[in-house]
Design a protein around this ligand. Structure first.
Ligand code: OXD
Ligand code: MN
Length: 639
């Protein structure tokens, strides 16, 4: 029987096939798995459009079950995409094509009618760094150059997924179409995927974000690595906010292919949030309970690979504090009817950077990831396990290591065993400190927000914004050392406003205005800036970080509770002398140095921020943010 050109082998048809208007020729092909009846007419229409464009050999409608995972794991083993890790339970190792190892920011585009809806108008034709715009005609041409027939010989998977708890009023639904079983299995970890999502679509307003992904085939027709098909030369990630649509070609890796994450939850998400009056942010969410049993929730925005996962799973060194994790990467936040800002983690798993994660730095992550996990580009061990830089102390004696490229590895090689952007993809529910409210459809109430980055010089451990506008300025002025999460090279200090630079779905100037407007919508939380990464003149970290960061969170809680444990400084409120609890610290900390504000540094910082704002955002940046910069300059002048 034909359904808009799709033949059904299993399952049945709800109603006789309808005819839709395709620009492309309908093809007859088999649905090898799943039930077409579960799709709404709009989803069917989208699937058919993609079938006709990509011309797969088969269609598989994902149900999200364990049986389906078994089937796909078997297939990936046969294709060599994953290797088993017998040391653990249901864990797998994927090795990508070495040319497909990170997000590709330079190949990521947003399409709007007018360019200035996507990116600020930069003066004097300065090249912009706050996103890439593409016209509708160029977007169509990019799709036409890459997608026709891109799934020939492959199966097209249809993944219904929910960002946020299934059925929550804060959640949104997506349909990802992909030709990668690795993407299917990763999406089943990172999102709530499968038939229950289709049930919600059937019963609700039927709205979904369209997400088309193909790993593609190089123009030469030859795959460099059959086990990891991709087309790095022609990789492109496209977003069309007006249509709630994402199209991604050529990469199977992380944020390029798991379209619920950066593409949907942040880029398209931020455009929906602007329209609907809420915030979609690159933020972890944690709950912290103080010794009196009072619990508060905090979000924190740090750029990729700057320790969001570690903070979200903090093991407090301060006695009788407890941290619980709601999410480690993305927060969707909306005011409730009482004017309280409530957050959900739209994700269902952690896609964490592996190197640096260890029993010492993040014992909670280490007790989360060794079951039901897909590891990508980590090294493997001869006893059937994994290895990465940082795991030295857990390495069993006499094991041999194979690096992320599949070659024998020893320390003496001088190269990392695991790729610096290697990842674990693991279910959040397995985290031993997952918060009891992490799936609360209403979200958790947010009391404080932290901004931060890797700042080796000049920036103190913590400071607090004087008010909301000052806090928004601090977010807009954020900078951090580049990491391996994207294609950037070297340890340059990059501007990364709100840790969102690669993820804005619309003009950054409008985004700042939207943040400013939140103050009128409800009770806004306090804003802080933290920096765990300041170094001494001798190049040593001045603060031990990790569990000791609980001391900083304690001060945040005291400020949230209205304690006057601060003094004003040129850049904001900092802990008054003796008010940051250092009792019992193993390491000596030079608090004076840690909070010092070198005049030369800050004079330069103000200039750098001004240059950045003027050259990158120009007149699109709200005047109140320029006014904050002027106030900062005046205070620095008085240092
Ligand atoms: C991520 C990133 O994968 O920010 O979370 O790059
Ligand atoms: Mn991230």
């Amino acid at each position: 029987m034909l359904l808009k050109g799709v033949q059904l082998l299993r399952g049945g048809l709800a109603s006789p096939p309808k005819c839709y208007n395709f620009r492309l020729v309908c093809r007859s092909l088999s649905v090898q798995y799943g039930d077409v009846k579960t799709l709404t007419p709009a989803v069917r229409e989208y699937v058919d459009k993609c079938v006709n464009l990509c011309q797969p050999d088969r269609v598989h409608i994902c149900d999200g079950t364990a049986a389906e995972s078994k089937l796909l794991q078997g297939l990936m083993l046969k294709q060599g995409t994953i290797l088993p890790l017998p040391k653990y339970t249901n864990c797998w190792l994927a090795r990508t094509n070495p040319a497909d190892v990170a997000r590709v920011e330079s190949k990521t585009f947003i399409s709007t009618e007018r360019k200035e809806e996507t990116v600020p108008v930069t003066p004097n034709a300065t090249p912009g760094t706050l996103g890439n715009w593409i016209s509708d005609a160029d977007l169509k041409a990019a799709i036409a150059e890459r997608f026709p027939g891109s799934m020939k010989g492959r199966t097209m998977y249809v993944i219904p997924f929910s960002m946020g708890p299934v059925g929550s009023p804060l959640s949104k639904i997506g349909i990802e179409i992909t030709d990668s079983p690795y993407v299917v299995e990763s999406m089943k970890i990172m999102t709530r995927a499968g038939t229950p999502v289709l049930d919600v679509l059937q019963q609700g307003d039927g709205q979904f974000v369209k997400c088309l992904h193909s790993v593609g085939t190089p123009a030469s027709g030859v795959q460099a690595q059959a086990s990891w098909p991709c087309d790095p030369e022609r990789t492109i990630i496209l977003h069309k906010p007006a249509e709630n649509e994402i199209v991604s070609y050529g990469s199977g890796y992380g944020g390029n292919s798991l379209l619920g994450k950066k593409c949907f939850a942040l880029r398209i998400g931020s455009t929906i949030a602007k329209r609907e009056g809420w915030l979609a942010e690159h933020m972890l969410i944690l709950g912290i309970t103080d010794p009196k049993g009072v619990k508060k929730y905090i979000t924190a925005a740090f750029p990729s690979a700057c320790g969001k996962t570690n903070l979200a799973m903090l093991n407090p060194s301060l006695a009788n504090y407890k941290v619980e994790c709601v999410g480690d990467d993305i927060a969707w936040m909306k005011f409730d009817s009482q004017g309280l800002l409530r957050a959900i983690n739209p994700e269902n798993g952690f896609f964490g950077v592996a190197p640096g994660t260890s029993k010492e730095t993040n014992p909670i992550a280490m007790s989360t990831v060794f079951k039901n996990t897909i590891f990508t580009n980590v090294a493997s061990t001869s006893d059937g396990g994994v290895y990465w830089e940082g795991m030295e102390s857990s390495l069993a004696p006499n094991v041999q290591i194979t690096d992320w490229l599949g070659n024998p590895w020893t320390k003496e090689s001088g190269k990392p065993a695991a790729h610096p952007n290697s990842r674990f993809c693991t279910p959040a529910a397995q985290c031993p400190i997952i918060d009891s409210a992490w799936e609360d459809p209403a979200g958790v109430p947010i009391s404080a927000m932290l901004f931060g980055g890797r700042r080796p010089a000049g920036v103190p451990l913590i400071y607090e914004a004087r008010d909301w506008t000052h806090g928004v300025f601090i977010g807009a002025a954020m900078r951090s050392e580049a990491t391996a999460a994207a294609e950037h090279k070297g340890k340059v200090i990059m501007h990364d406003p709100f840790a969102m630079r690669p993820f804005f779905g619309y003009n950054f100037g409008d985004y700042v205005a939207h943040w400013l407007s939140m103050e009128k919508r409800g009770k806004v939380p306090k804003i802080f800036h933290v920096n765990w990464f300041r170094k001494s003149d001798q190049g040593k970290f001045m603060w031990p970080g990790y569990g000791e960061n609980s001391r900083v969170l304690e001060w945040v809680l005291r400020r949230v509770n209205g304690e006057s444990c601060y003094v004003d400084s040129a850049i904001g409120h900092i802990p008054a002398e003796g008010e940051l609890n250092l009792a019992g610290m193993k390491e000596q900390v030079d608090v004076k140095q840690l909070f010092s504000l070198p005049k030369d540094f800050w004079t330069q910082e103000v200039e750098d921020i001004r240059n950045y704002f003027e050259s990158q955002v120009g007149a699109d940046l709200p005047a109140s943010i320029y006014a904050e910069l002027d106030k900062l300059k005046a205070r620095i002048a008085e240092l």
